[in-house]
Design a protein around this ligand. Structure first.
Ligand code: ASP
Length: 287
């Protein structure tokens, strides 16, 4: 299974990106990709690469995750994140957290613990007990960029052939307090399994969860190439009149990227190939 080639992709959300933000978002994705890429290049693991890349995107106020999170209907930030180790099928996720700079770090710390998802104060207490940086005051909402969904995510395959996925979000602007979307739910906003591949999504969280979109993409990856598997998002999203974008890689590290949103900031790199970043992606299998 391990052919020794690493592979990585990151995304900064499926949405309409205002003109002034198109280059900065693309550059933000390229910077996160580079952080993950250098870990894999040095022989590091897929899990470490996805956590590091997503932390960087959470730290970038241009993306709706971590510091860039938008406000819910009460004017407050509630963040969700999930991460999965394809080698062990361990999952860690947090939801509705308000006091963490990097929700994906708390999710990562949960990987080897029995619960797969902790919410709110429980998740924050867990993070505190594991020495994860907390903000003194609840995270303040970023000004909405008028672009809808800007969740972040990463998938990676290391030289050992292990895969991992992570997704992190500030949710959808203006939703009810306590609302949780697809991002921290395995099989919905992310999934990873060695021998099959890894996937991270962005878009209308309720529609993604109702159609188990990550699970569908994983099933497609069992029999199709990466590009065809990415196209598995189109029918379920069209059925619900919803938007989504997906990054994935297959067991060998081949990358697939697809979206039915106007833009999808994303970037990928594969050992031996130059990195690529863009905000619009063609999928030959689209529709
Ligand atoms: N999927 C995320 C959610 O519904 C939003 C996004 O992708 O930006 O919470």
């Amino acid at each position: 299974m391990a052919d020794g080639r690493w592979s990585i992709a990151v995304h900064g959300g499926a949405c309409r990106i205002p003109a002034a933000l198109q280059v900065p978002r693309r550059e933000g994705c390229a910077a996160a990709l580079e952080a993950g890429r250098s870990i894999l290049e040095r022989g590091g693991g897929a899990l470490e690469a996805v956590k590091t890349a997503v932390c960087l995107l959470e730290d970038d106020p241009l993306f709706n995750a971590g510091r860039g999170s938008v406000a819910n209907a009460d004017g407050e930030v509630e963040m969700d994140a999930g991460i999965m180790d394809g080698a062990t099928l361990d999952v860690g996720a947090v939801a509705c957290v308000r006091f963490l700079y990097n929700p994906v770090e708390a999710a990562h710390a949960m990987l080897r613990e029995p619960p797969i998802l902790l919410v709110g104060a429980g998740a924050e207490a867990f993070a505190r007990a594991h020495g994860i940086a907390e903000c003194k005051e609840a995270m303040r909402p970023a000004a909405p960029c008028g672009s809808g969904h800007d969740t972040v995510g990463c998938v990676a395959r290391d030289r050992e052939g292990h895969v991992a996925a992570a997704t992190s979000t500030g949710g959808l602007a203006g939703t009810l307090a306590g609302r949780v979307g697809d991002a921290p739910l395995p099989g919905c906003g992310f999934y990873a399994e060695d021998g099959i591949g890894a996937v991270s999504l962005s878009g209308d969280g309720e529609a993604i969860a109702r159609t188990l979109l990550a699970a569908r993409v994983m099933r497609a990856l069992e029999t199709m190439n990466a590009s065809a598997a990415a196209a598995a998002i189109f029918k379920p999203m069209a059925r619900l009149g919803a938007e989504a974008g997906v990054i994935l890689l297959d067991r060998d590290g081949a990358i697939g990227i697809a979206h039915n949103s106007p833009h999808f900031a994303a970037a990928y790199a594969r050992e031996g190939l130059a990195p690529v970043s863009a905000i619009v992606w063609d999928n030959e299998h689209a529709r």
